[in-house]
Ligand binder design. Structure first.
Ligand code: SF4
Length: 145
């Protein structure tokens, strides 16, 4: 997009980047038509300042995949995790290629901005989990104690 301001108007924040899907942008990010499967979505615009977090996500998904395999879960759950890992690995690869194609000066600017953004996000993080009043769903027949 032509400017940062245009980008803000035509996108909405999603995990590790932005979404440009018009109906979701219009709904302020509350109308994703495919349940936030951003890594495999053509409307996803990942942000290089999130690269370390995306790498963490790939590691986390791999652990999750192994657990799913060990639990003999349904094939579609395994395939979904495998696909998400590949898609996030592709996101990382594309961003690295793009960074490498930049001049030293441009790359330095992006890396500097990314460090500042990460520091700001870390400072804005709530230091402890927030308890939300979520309902508890129990398997049928389980007795409440
Ligand atoms: S999956 Fe696609 S449409 Fe949905 S929030 Fe992510 S980028 Fe937007």
């Amino acid at each position: 997009m032509a400017s940062a301001a245009a980008s803000e108007v035509r996108s909405v924040a999603v995990p590790w980047g932005n979404c440009v899907e018009p109906s979701n942008v219009k709904a302020g990010g509350k109308a994703c038509p495919i349940r936030l499967q951003c890594s495999g979505c053509s409307s996803y615009r990942p942000d290089p300042s999130h690269l370390p977090s995306i790498e963490d996500q790939v590691r986390s998904l791999k652990v999750n995949l192994e657990l799913a395999r060990a639990m003999s879960t349904a094939d579609y759950t395994i395939r979904g995790r495998e696909g998400e890992i590949v898609d996030y690995q592709n996101v990382i690869k594309k961003m690295m290629v793009k960074l490498e194609s930049m001049s030293d000066e441009e790359r330095h600017e992006v890396e500097k901005a990314s460090k500042i953004l990460r520091r700001l996000r870390a400072g804005a993080t709530v230091p402890r989990p927030v308890a939300l009043p979520m309902p508890v769903v129990r398997p049928a027949g389980e007795v409440r104690r």
